[in-house]
Design a protein around this ligand. Structure first.
Ligand SMILES: NC(=O)c1ccc[n+]([C@@H]2O[C@H](COP(=O)([O-])OP(=O)(O)OC[C@H]3O[C@@H](n4cnc5c(N)ncnc54)[C@H](O)[C@@H]3O)[C@@H](O)[C@H]2O)c1
Ligand SMILES: [Zn+2]
Length: 237
């Protein structure tokens, strides 16, 4: 049987690469509420402040390396012919670990998008020379190509993610608090269609009650255990 596997990852998969998650994040930016930085209103109010935060995050991500969790998921893409990786992360670490096809629900921090014209391109410079950066095409204000609070998700990515979730035999959730919708709806959709649900997270989450198996480990260990479970039990079922 060709097992159809879908995976949803969140900030927790990148935690072991030294990239802080939002819930329980630390450091420099702790005194700001997330909505004060990651929303269209915040950007309108103070684009420089918002850009300083993104510039700081881009630098941290640039210095980071993908971890074992990312690499195991990349290897699963090779092992299972029917495999879909969906991420809420914007860091691009899945791609750097070798994943070829990644559905990015919340955009990508390396993409810059003009607020005035249609310009959009990847830019891997960190730190950026001028904050906030200006559009090379029209001089308008550039923004990070990510999805902010109150914005809708890219429709193509969302539809593809739903299709994969609904068609999956196994749905694996790694390192997400399950509090950001509609991403958190995906495993529930999968479950309703009869998928077997596995969660890898050191903590309990609002999604835990839906799970068939909860692996209370960090991603590096937990994804390996999930993979063993899939190989030994589910593949034969
Ligand atoms: N790296 C990134 O791109 C990044 C970083 C922070 C936040 N974000 C984005 O912000 C939103 C927040 O939602 P979210 O649910 O992804 O993240 P979140 O910050 O809300 O939750 C992180 C979850 O990861 C778990 N976790 C912590 N360390 C872990 C580890 N080593 N292994 C496995 N799990 C671990 C936590 O228990 C928690 O449930 C998402 O859009 C997210 O992608 C992205
Ligand atoms: Zn422009």
């Amino acid at each position: 049987m060709r097992l159809r596997i879908a995976v949803l990852t969140g900030a927790g998969i990148s935690a072991e690469s030294g990239i802080p998650t939002f819930r329980g994040a630390g450091g420099l930016w702790e005194r700001y509420k997330l909505e004060e930085l990651a929303s269209p209103e915040a950007f309108r109010r103070d684009p420089k402040l918002v850009w300083e935060w993104y510039d700081y995050r881009r630098l941290k991500i640039k210095e980071a390396e993908p971890n074992r969790g990312h690499r195991l998921l990349a290897s699963m893409e090779e092992e299972f012919p029917n495999f879909t990786l969906i991420t809420q992360n914007v860091d691009g670490l899945h791609q750097r670990a070798g994943s070829k096809r990644v559905i990015e629900l919340h955009g990508n921090i390396w993409k810059l998008r003009c607020t005035r014209c249609t310009y959009e391109d990847f830019n891997y410079e960190a730190p950026l020379k001028v904050l906030p950066p200006a559009c090379p095409s029209c001089g308008g204000l550039l923004r990070p190509g990510v999805v902010w609070f109150g914005e809708s998700l890219p429709i193509d990515a969302l539809e593809e993610a739903y299709r994969a979730a609904k068609a999956s035999d196994v749905f694996l959730v790694v390192g997400t608090s399950g509090m950001v919708y509609p991403a958190a709806q995906l495993p529930i959709e999968a479950k309703e269609r009869g998928a077997y649900l596995i969660e890898v997270n050191p903590e309990e989450t609002p999604l835990s009650p839906y799970m068939d198996t909860c692996i209370r480990e960090k991603a590096s260990v937990g994804v390996e255990k999930a993979l063993e479970l899939i190989r030994s039990h589910l593949q034969r079922a």
